[in-house]
Ligand binder design. Structure first.
Ligand code: SAH
Length: 244
């Protein structure tokens, strides 16, 4: 049997937001590998082995998945949202460095709906003009880099989507983020806190930076800060297509 490795995005939570392509890959898999809560979203069935693991060992998980594929198994590595957005796809490619045997395997990345797009759709179109996307966790980069990027993005008048807004290792980071943003954007700028989008725990609110407090975000929240033109219309929030 020829092995394969698919790195698949499960979307933000709702089963209807899993693409048909990912559903087929899961139906044909012999093994599913991933962080515990993501593997829990895959229904068990005969012939499928689930390999849930802890999130802090991404590179080990990628290597284990590649070793199984090299052994002839049809492995699917699952991420939430899109696997290329702060998730497993990069870990798998990093594990391929220097491994020509693994580079010869049948490897594919299947996209998914990433959290910021599900959140933006839920409130309107706050990412309708130019935007950027920043991971606020300082696990894999220094805080100074995050702060520089925040300031430059704000000065470029980009809308911003923040993932991992309050990392367990540095809870004060998000408080600092809000201070930097108030300095750069003023306190009237619109900000959307979207928690657990498309799940039964979903909670979404749009307020101003002046009203925002650090406790409004946790690790299940994606935060979207508008650009200077982002506005409300009726019960929605949008960024106009035209700028300047
Ligand atoms: N690959 C994922 C992101 C993984 S990083 C994706 O593309 O969505 C984990 C972060 O994603 C969380 O801290 C949170 O900021 C965001 N996130 C993931 N699912 C979410 C959801 N359903 N609602 C809101 N934010 C979510």
């Amino acid at each position: 049997m020829t092995g394969s490795l698919i790195i698949a995005g499960l979307g933000p939570g709702d089963d209807r937001l899993v693409t048909p392509e990912v559903v087929s890959a899961l139906a044909e898999a012999t093994d599913v590998v991933g962080y515990i809560p993501y593997v829990a979203r895959v229904a068990p069935r005969a012939g499928l082995t689930l390999h849930p693991s802890d999130n802090r060992v991404e590179l080990d998980r990628a290597r284990a998945a590649l070793a199984m594929a090299a052994d002839g198994r049809r492995v699917v590595v699952v991420s939430s949202g899109d696997p290329g957005v702060f998730a497993m796809a990069s870990a798998v490619f990093e594990a391929l460095e220097g491994r020509e045997d693994w580079q010869a395997l049948d490897i594919r990345v299947l996209p998914g709906i990433t959290a910021m797009l599900a959140a933006a759709a839920a409130v309107g179109a706050p990412l309708g003009h130019d935007f950027c996307c920043i991971n606020l966790s300082d696990n894999l980069k220094p805080w100074e880099m995050i702060e520089t990027r925040l300031r430059l993005a704000a000065r470029a008048d980009l809308a911003m989507a923040f993932y991992n807004p309050r990392s367990a290792s540095r809870p004060e980071g998000f408080a600092r983020t809000l201070e930097v943003l108030r300095e750069e954007c003023g306190s009237d700028r619109l900000v959307t806190f979207a928690r657990a989008v498309s799940t039964p725990d979903e909670r979404i609110a749009t307020i101003t930076l002046g009203e925002a407090t650090p406790e409004m975000a946790d690790m299940r929240t994606v935060v979207i800060v508008g650009n200077s033109a982002t506005r409300r219309v009726g019960r929605w929030v949008y960024s106009p297509r035209r700028a300047g």
